[in-house]
Design a protein around this ligand. Structure first.
Ligand code: SF4
Length: 168
């Protein structure tokens, strides 16, 4: 990884470990979940949304979201030696999950509580596209503001590529 990219990931790891950023991100996700719940979409747990190639779907997230997510995965693993955001994390084997999110296990998200914004909004149920777009734009704007408010570099990237970069 180039020095500039390493510096960005180090910055996101540091930011994601800050208590005020953690509170702000959790608050944003909670508000988003409540907004979506009020819309009442149905999920049949088909798992399609996380099989990107098969479903012709891409997921975009921010570098901060990935760093925060990986910190949560590491903490959940409870490994005292690697229990720091992204530090020494054991990423799933991407090669075993070609074209799909490696955190989907038996058709279900294994990281449901800490999944990024894009995962929370997307539903494959027909008729939900219109409100999904509006909610997405609203909350993506709020996520951008969160980055600005905490002095965090904002970069938007493909989920799988970002995970691989963060673990490199
Ligand atoms: S984090 Fe969970 S919801 Fe998001 S793409 Fe991966 S398995 Fe799907």
């Amino acid at each position: 990884m180039r020095d500039a990219e390493s510096g960005l990931w180090a910055g996101w790891r540091e930011a994601s470990a800050r208590a005020e950023v953690d509170v702000a991100l959790r608050g944003l996700y909670a508000e988003l979940d409540a907004t979506i719940a009020a819309k009442g979409p149905t999920c049949w747990s088909s798992g399609k949304c996380c099989k990107f190639v098969e479903f012709e779907h891409r997921l975009y997230v921010t570098g901060l979201e990935i760093a925060w997510f990986l910190g949560g995965v590491t903490a959940a693993e409870g490994d005292a030696e690697t229990n720091e955001p992204c530090g020494g994390i054991r990423l799933p084997q991407f090669a075993e999950h070609p074209g799909a999110c490696p955190y989907q296990i038996d058709g279900l998200c294994s990281t449901h509580a800490i999944r990024p914004l894009g995962c929370r909004i997307f539903f494959c149920q027909q008729g939900t596209e219109a409100w999904q777009q509006d909610v997405y734009e609203d909350f993506l704007g709020r996520l951008q503001s969160l980055h600005q408010a905490h002095g965090i570099e904002y970069r938007y990237m493909d989920w799988i590529a970002g995970l691989e970069q963060a673990g490199a």
